[in-house]
Design a binder for this molecule. Structure first.
Ligand code: PCA
Length: 328
């Protein structure tokens, strides 16, 4: 007999399961991020709260660290209903729409209040884009601001010339090119291997990822350039959501709202904790001086101009709405 595809079983288990006399639902939620990440902790808490609030009518099993599905396959799998829910780094979708790129553009939102305002402004557009694919966004949470990890004290942009720098998405790769480096796209989980096999010399990411990936084993300098605060988004297959009774649907939405608030606070706290940990592990943390800041900004401006040329009417309007919100 042919071995049945495990996804078929997953989908069947996810659809319905008997608990006692009532029909309970079970969802699988796939995330590429490991258990050490504050995002995963938050998502696991979200799942627990849903189980509690629905009295077990809906249970959500979080599969972390890409253990179930690789990062790039998570959205297609949720769309197909192979798994019911997923968490991804929103800007990996930038090739689908420039709207997904806005939180990885320098100078747009580089502080928490700005990043929250940007998310509020983008929510309707992102919800619409997801709805077209039969997906419902549940919540989004920012990573701490992105900075530059090197094995030397970064004081001048020319030091980045020819350096192989790991980047988590296309926009960051373009940024690396604009500062003269050689970008390599690497999943967070593959960072240690990328360094230990000599595939990369440095990386762009947050203090949080530096901590969870034990960056001190490979490099010792972090330039806290506060480039941008990119987000993770958690979403569900709309058909799976619609199959729930109304009170379970409400429980999911309430828990998602709480997870969003808690996640942003966790992000801030984790940024501070991670910076402390990096320092304890021998890191030197600096901020760009005026000249370096200017050169990084120039690389960012190029990225921004390029985005504008591709953003279209919708992207442009979103940016203007966000900027108007900020100044009001
Ligand atoms: N950590 C993830 C995404 C952004 C971040 O801070 C990563 O580097 O892959």
């Amino acid at each position: 007999m042919r071995k049945p595809n495990s996804f078929v079983w997953l989908a069947a288990a996810g659809a319905l399961a008997f608990s006692g006399t009532t029909l309970a639902a079970q969802w699988n939620l796939a995330t590429p991020y490991g258990d050490a990440s504050f995002h995963t902790k938050n998502t696991k808490q979200f799942a627990e709260e849903v189980t509690k609030a629905t009295d077990g009518e809906l249970t959500i099993t979080v599969h972390s660290g890409g253990s179930l599905i690789s990062h790039g396959e998570i959205k297609p799998s949720v769309r197909r209903g192979t798994v019911q829910a997923g968490e991804i780094f929103l800007s990996i979708l930038s090739n689908e729409s420039p709207i997904y790129e806005l939180d990885t553009l320098p100078g747009v939102a580089s502080s928490y209040p700005e990043a929250i305002a940007l998310w509020e402004a983008s929510k309707p557009d992102i919800t619409k884009l997801f709805a077209k694919e039969g997906l419902l966004p549940l919540y989004a949470v920012a990573w701490p601001a992105q900075g530059i990890y090197t094995d030397f004290d970064l004081t001048d942009v020319s030091q980045l010339k020819g350096l192989r720098i790991r980047a988590p998405n296309i926009n960051t790769q373009r940024f690396v090119e604009n500062v003269g480096g050689k970008p390599t796209e690497t999943e967070e989980a593959d960072i240690p291997t990328a360094f230990s096999t000599g595939r990369v010399d440095g990386m762009i990411t947050s203090s949080s990822t530096g901590k969870s990936m034990s960056a001190w084993d490979y490099v010792k300098h972090y330039n806290d350039a506060k480039l941008w605060l990119p987000k993770n988004i958690v979403f569900v297959n709309k058909r799976a959501f619609d199959r729930l009774d109304e009170s379970s649907q409400q429980a999911v939405l309430d828990a998602a709202k709480a997870a969003e608030t808690r996640g942003w606070e966790a992000s801030k706290a984790d940024a501070a904790e991670s910076a402390k940990m990096l320092t304890e592990k021998g890191f030197t943390i600096t901020e760009p001086d005026a000249k370096l800041a200017e050169d990084l900004k120039a690389a960012g401006d190029k990225l921004f101009q390029d985005w504008k040329s591709r953003a279209g009417e919708e992207g442009q309007q979103l940016l203007e709405r966000y900027q108007a919100d900020l100044s009001s």
